[in-house]
Design a protein around this ligand. Structure first.
Ligand code: G4P
Length: 528
């Protein structure tokens, strides 16, 4: 029990959210550098391989012998066992990116200091908000020209609706980046351009009251810093751990991942402020990670890793207790006992069988097609279900039909199975049957995946006609009369497979108009 509690308490499971190019890969790589998982960050290898070094985690795993899956990166730092969840971001942005946040206990939000809050950060942040998980902000690229730090904080607060509390404060930026000031210790850590961030940077620390500071950063920067400190102490929100834990206040750090400046300060503070796996809500109340036996929920299903057999891997987040290879668990939604005989951590193409894992960890298990996203597994006498994973609003839609009308059956089977894995969502016209199928996806790549998989796995050729809609809303009022609902001319009424009514809109203006025209109508961006 003591070992179990110790193992769980040292777990920190988080995701890094950012817009592409803000520096997520670089920051992850630097975390690994501090964790001793790699000795030299990828930047030493030049541009092409730098990305490769971390995004292709498989390679790192092979080289350094650390535990990696295509979904999670695990390493130790100090006394912590860190699980960084991969949130696919570039072309492979999909509903999985959102779902991964359901498995995280906190999020690190990386923001490019010259760009501020960008589109994808905004989307991912909304999901964090849904769960009230703590969000820690790292404002990156201070070694380049940056926006005014006060304006950046203002933008985060206004755009994302979260309060901010700077833990440290930058002095200058770009070629005049002098360092950061720690508001608690009142110490300035000076920026000494490390050799492109290859090694842990050698920086010096000096008290803000030390007269030597003027020599080091110059009179002007020191004066400006003193003014800023005064402003900050007067205007910014006080640090309040309770607000941080409930996702209402984001501690903010400034730094430069590439030059490795401010990264370790961030990592140390972040690990201290973030929590180990906490109790999660189920239909039988809160489930304690330490006192309850093994339980987990499925947050992602990856299909056809091996084309030869149509197998799938279900990724689950362990929420309580210890997992042991070969253990018998109860699959709540399937109402069946099953043996998790081939538990694995997935290494891109390679699979490694694991012996044990703890609450906070992610494991992938072979799925013969029995799991659905959100399913619970547990071993306790009293069965319980974790709260389900919401359906996230797709932003791209297409009308899909099979080319060969004789293949209707395969088409329906294929498209339904792919939807069950959660790669796509399928809808129908509100007033007609299954004839017309409308597919919604979060990332456009999923359309290609759908087409490819239907052709290759189900032998069905399809035609796809992209639709102009960009927004979908679930109707929360159960008693809405769809025939009486007054929308805009470009609005479309559809339903999901369970018959729930939904609305499609071309733009957000139409959403506002529809709400105005139907007093009391409640629309939601998440489906339950
Ligand atoms: P991502 O995973 O969020 O998409 O971002 P990634 O880390 O790949 O970083 C995107 C680009 O930004 C990379 O440049 C990277 O070297 C650079 N970068 C990351 N952090 C910093 C930083 O703190 N300062 C500076 N100056 N640059 C940073 P790249 O793809 O090699 O292109 P290029 O910008 O070198 O042309």
């Amino acid at each position: 029990m003591l070992k179990l509690s110790k193992e769980i308490k040292k777990r920190r499971t988080f995701a890094i959210i950012s817009h592409p190019d803000a520096g997520k890969t670089t920051l992850t790589e630097k975390f690994l550098l501090y964790g001793g998982a790699i000795n030299m960050a990828g930047s030493v290898k030049g541009k092409a391989t730098a990305k490769h070094a971390v995004s292709d985690w498989m390679e790192i795993e092979k080289e350094r012998g650390i535990s990696v899956t295509s979904s999670v990166l695990q390493f130790n730092y100090d006394d912590f066992c860190i699980n960084i969840l991969d949130t696919p971001g570039h072309d492979d942005f999909s509903e999985d990116t959102y779902r991964t946040l359901m498995a995280a206990d906190s999020a690190v939000m990386v923001i490019d200091a010259s760009k501020g809050v960008e589109k994808q950060t905004r989307k991912l942040f909304k999901v964090c908000l849904l769960r009230n998980i703590p969000v820690f902000t790292f404002i990156n690229k201070m070694d380049r020209e940056a926006n005014d730090p006060f304006e950046l904080l203002d933008e985060i607060e206004k755009e994302l609706g979260i309060k901010t509390c700077p833990v440290n404060w930058p002095i200058g930026c770009g070629k005049d980046f002098k360092g950061v000031y720690d508001r608690k210790t009142k110490i300035v850590t000076t920026f000494s351009g490390t050799s492109r961030g290859q090694k842990e940077g050698a920086s010096s620390e000096v008290s803000v009251n030390d007269p030597d500071l003027i020599r080091i950063i110059g009179q002007d920067y020191r004066d400006e810093l003193m003014d800023n400190i005064e402003l900050l102490d007067g205007a910014s929100d006080e640090f309040d751990m309770e607000l941080v834990s409930s996702g209402k206040l984001s501690p903010v750090f400034f730094g430069s991942a590439l030059t490795n400046f401010g990264v370790e300060i961030f990592l140390r503070n972040f690990l201290k402020m973030t929590s180990p796996p906490l109790p999660r809500m189920s239909n039988k109340g809160l489930i304690d990670p330490v006192n309850e036996k093994f339980s987990a929920f499925v947050f992602k299903i990856q299909a056809n890793m091996n084309k030869a057999h149509r197998d799938r891997i279900a990724f689950m987040r362990i929420c309580s207790g210890k997992f042991e290879a070969g253990m018998e668990v109860y699959h709540v939604q399937g109402n069946k006992k099953i043996r998790l005989s081939q538990p694995q951590q997935l290494m891109a193409q390679e699979r490694k069988i694991i012996e044990e894992a703890y609450a906070g960890d992610i494991i992938g298990v072979f799925d013969p097609g029995i799991f659905s996203i959100g399913d619970t597994l547990c071993v306790s006498a009293e069965k319980f279900e974790y709260e389900g994973i919401p359906t996230f609003a797709p932003e791209h839609f297409a009308r899909v039909r099979q080319v060969d009308t004789m293949k209707r059956k395969q088409f329906i089977k294929g498209i339904s199975q792919i939807a069950q894995e959660g790669a796509i969502q399928i809808f129908q016209e509100f007033n007609t049957g299954m004839e017309e199928i409308i597919v919604g996806v979060v990332g456009v790549l999923q359309f290609e995946v759908l087409q490819y998989r239907l052709e290759n796995e189900y032998n069905v050729e399809i035609r796809m006609e992209r639709l102009p809609y960009e927004h979908i809303r679930w109707i929360e009022n159960k008693d809405t009369d769809m025939n009486k609902l007054m929308g805009t001319s470009d609005m479309k009424k559809i339903k999901d497979l369970k018959g729930n009514p939904l609305l499609l809109f071309v733009n957000s203006w139409s959403i506002g108009m529809t709400i105005d025209r139907n007093p009391g109508l409640k629309l939601s961006e998440f489906g339950r």
